[in-house]
Design a protein. Structure first.
Lengths: 227, 227
DNA sequence: AATTAAGTGGAAGGACTATTCCACTTGGCT
DNA sequence: AGCCAAGTGGAATAGTCCTTCCACTTAATT
């Protein structure tokens, strides 16, 4: 994409060419390890797969969370693209359904991303800004689908987070053995979101509450103090 | 409940009185630790809370799985009781809905049980027999609710397992911070199970497939070889 | 009260992982 | 070509947890 070696990170002094090369090998290795094993994969495994020493990994990404946000930054772009595409769908309901299905498919395809979607990373403002931007698109998708009459009026945008948590549970349990199993519960949920279902529901958690939950999840998996 | 000290386990020689006392303290401690921290809580923490040495814990329960099945055996009785109660409900649909809600509530109340419900323990035949018996009741609950016309015809009993996996995900993520958050996605799912929703769904996993998944989950969390 | 097999606690050993350190290497510049 | 700051790998340290071991204690029996 970019040729400027400084552009890939926000640092003052550009990395030496070999260091930049190693950084990219680390990102590639981390991407596949996180996808296979989740966010708590051993750092040594990532360094080994990248073919560099662990010191190089820790010098470039002092905290696990730095590596995580660097790896999944591009995934958030995919997330955003899926949202944009859904909003552009001439059929509002189909756009909504497609968005939920595709995001759940992203979760199923990447064990790490599955968790990232239900955690927050306050130490990386850019990362959270991307998430917030995609979520704002989703709010529009929801509004449009409600206006079309197909999405029930009491659907709350926060429900997406609950869906992602539920799907993460299914994907974590069924994993590689039944890679399509998640489609069934997601199918049920999508039908429940149809406006033909009008029975009252328990109240959704507030946006702020979910933010606190997502923060807490990050903190418990990263036992080190940040900043 | 029982006064016969041999009755609480299937062993030949009864335990010495002090040993039996320690065994019960261990079970009580493990119950609360598993509930709070999940099935992977440190063994030393359990021994510490029981006020005994770790050796006592390992002598009585050589493998973690032995402790888990001993602790959750009584929970399976609750599970069974909930199923029996649901089947006895004069309103078949209300029985079905109540069963799903109550089992999900059991998951929310106990982090360990939440996982136990989606794992299998082939090394403990009695444990699996109890689970199978409760599941057979659930199959009847399902058949009766379908016959009443309120439960959609394409609901599969295996869907319960997927619901439990999804709920485990929600409960694990929202945890103590939002102890009621699970009610909303479960509410959605229950509405989706209503016969008014007739759109086709992705096929459910077979019973055998889910059995394999549940076995695999047990194996990965217990890295030791069994038997 | 004496005997002894059963039971006990805590230390020790071993596996695994995160993180730091430092002697050595190398890219980029003159 | 030669300098040197930037960069490197792997060893060393530290922390956590599981599991075993063994010298000591105690319940039950006589």
């Amino acid at each position: 994409m970019t040729r400027d070696p400084t552009a890939s990170r926000g640092c003052r002094t550009p990395l030496r060419a070999d260091a930049e090369r190693n950084r990219e090998r680390l990102l590639r290795a981390a991407r596949s390890v996180f996808a296979e094993q989740g966010l708590e994969a051993p750092m040594t495994e990532i360094a080994r797969r990248a073919g560099v020493g662990v010191a190089t990994l820790f010098r470039r990404f002092p905290q696990r969370v730095d590596l995580i946000t660097a790896v999944f930054d591009t995934h958030l772009d995919d997330y955003q693209a899926v949202a944009d595409h859904a909003l552009a769908d001439p059929d509002a309901w189909r756009g909504f359904v497609g968005f939920v299905e595709q995001v759940c498919a992203l979760q199923a395809a990447d064990h790490g991303f599955s968790d990232v979607l239900t955690m927050s990373f306050p130490s990386n403002a850019g990362f959270e800004a991307k998430r917030a931007r995609a979520f704002r698109i989703f709010v529009k998708i929801v509004a449009r689908a409600k206006a079309s009459g197909r999405l029930r009026a009491d659907f709350a945008p926060q429900d997406l987070v609950l869906v992602l948590m539920a799907n993460a549970g299914v994907v974590a349990a069924t994993g590689a053995l039944l890679p399509q199993a998640w489609r069934r519960p997601v199918g049920y949920l999508l039908q429940a979101f149809d406006a033909r279902n009008t029975e009252p529901l328990p109240a959704p958690p507030s946006h702020a509450d979910l933010g606190r939950v997502m923060d807490a999840r990050t903190r418990e998996s990263a036992q080190q103090c940040d900043q």
